[in-house]
Design a protein around this ligand. Structure first.
Ligand SMILES: C[S@@+](CC[C@H](N)C(=O)[O-])C[C@H]1O[C@@H](n2cnc3c(N)ncnc32)[C@H](O)[C@@H]1O
Length: 268
C-alpha cells in the first residue's frame, strides 16, 4: 500500500466515522496504561504514541502529569479529534506523518503503539518502522507494541493486517531490541465482539551488549541505567545519551533544559 493510499484510507475513516463505529475504540486504554505504568515513568519521561489516532491514551497520560507526550499519526483528521479534546495541553506535541518515513528530531524514552504496526504487512515497511523506532528511542528506552495476536482477526478497518506474538516481533526488530514481556489481551469492540491482541514490551539494548551492530542510529550512545526491579518486571531509569538533545542544547531550546529523565526514587 502506498503512503497516499494509506493516508487517504485513514483520513476517510476519521472524517466519516464516529468513535463508537471504530472497532479499536476504548473508553479507557487500560492495557496500554498498565504497561506504561510498569515502566515506572516519571514526569519527565518522554512518551510517544505512534499511530495514536484519536485514542484517549494521550488524555490520560496528561491527566497523570506526564510533561512530554507526543502523538504521531498518519491522519490529520485523527490528530484533530484528539487535539480538540485537549485545547490547552501545551505539553503535547502532535505530529502528522507516516511512521515508516518519519525523521525523529529528538529522543523518546517510551514508544507506544496500539494497532498501528500490524497494518505494515511488507518486510520493507516493517524494517523501516524498526529503524525509525531505533532512531527515536534513547538507549534503554522501551517500546510497547500492541497488535492483533495470531488468534486475532486478519483484517482491521477493512485492511489486511500482520498478526504477531512477541517472537515474531523480536525477529522483525532484530538484535537491537530485546523482548522483555509479552501478554495477550482480549479487546471488546463497541459492538461487543472480541479481538485478540498481544502486547509486547521491548528494550532498546545497550550498544555495548551488541557485538556486531551495523546501524546504531543517532539515538545510540552511552548506556543508560535500566535495571530489573525487585518490585516489578522492569523499572524505567533511562539516562541514555540523546544526540538530538545535545543539538537542542546547542541551540539553547527550552526542551534541552529539561533533564532527559530523573531517576526514580529508591533506585539503586
Ligand atoms: C486501528 S487505529 C488505532 C488507533 C489508536 N492507536 C487506538 O488504539 O485507538 C490505527 C491507527 O494507526 C494509524 N496509522 C496506520 N498506519 C500508519 C502509519 N504508517 N504511520 C502512522 N500512523 C499510521 C491510523 O491512522 C490509525 O489512527
Amino acid at each position: 500500500m502506498t503512503e497516499d493510499t494509506r493516508s487517504a484510507h485513514w483520513e476517510r475513516v476519521y472524517a466519516t466515522k464516529d468513535e463508537q463505529e471504530m472497532s479499536w475504540f476504548e473508553e479507557v486504554p487500560r492495557e496500554s496504561l498498565d504497561l506504561i505504568s510498569k515502566a515506572h515513568p516519571n514526569r519527565e519521561t518522554r512518551i510517544i504514541d505512534v499511530g495514536g489516532g484519536a485514542s484517549r491514551l494521550v488524555d490520560m497520560l496528561v491527566e497523570r502529569g506526564q510533561a512530554h507526550v507526543t502523538v504521531l499519526d498518519l491522519s490529520a483528521a485523527a490528530v484533530e479529534v484528539a487535539k480538540s479534546r485537549l485545547p490547552t495541553a501545551s505539553n503535547v506535541e502532535w505530529i502528522v506523518a507516516d511512521v515508516t518515513k518519519w525523521q525523529p528530531d529528538r529522543c523518546y524514552h517510551l514508544w507506544h503503539d496500539r494497532a498501528a504496526f500490524h497494518f505494515l504487512t511488507s518486510k520493507e515497511d516493517q524494517s523501516a518502522y524498526a529503524a525509525v523506532m531505533h532512531r527515536a528511542l534513547a538507549e534503554n528506552g522501551l517500546a510497547v507494541i500492541g497488535t492483533f495476536s495470531p488468534s486475532g482477526p486478519d483484517k482491521c478497518s477493512g485492511l489486511p493486517v500482520a498478526r504477531h506474538d512477541g517472537e515474531s516481533l523480536q525477529r522483525i526488530f532484530g538484535p537491537r531490541f530485546r523482548l522483555i514481556s509479552s501478554e495477550t489481551y482480549r479487546h471488546t469492540t463497541p459492538w461487543s465482539s472480541t479481538q485478540d491482541f498481544q502486547f509486547s514490551t521491548f528494550i532498546k539494548i545497550d550498544r555495548s551488549r551488541i557485538t556486531r551492530l551495523s546501524n546504531a542510529g543517532p539515538c545510540a550512545g552511552t548506556s543508560g541505567s535500566h535495571m530489573v526491579s525487585r518490585r516489578g518486571p522492569y523499572r524505567f531509569g533511562v539516562r541514555g545519551n540523546c544526540p538530538y538533545r545535545t543539538a537542542a542544547a546547542a541551540r539553547g531550546s527550552a526542551a534541552a533544559r529539561v533533564p532527559i529523565i530523573a531517576r526514580n526514587s529508591g533506585e539503586e
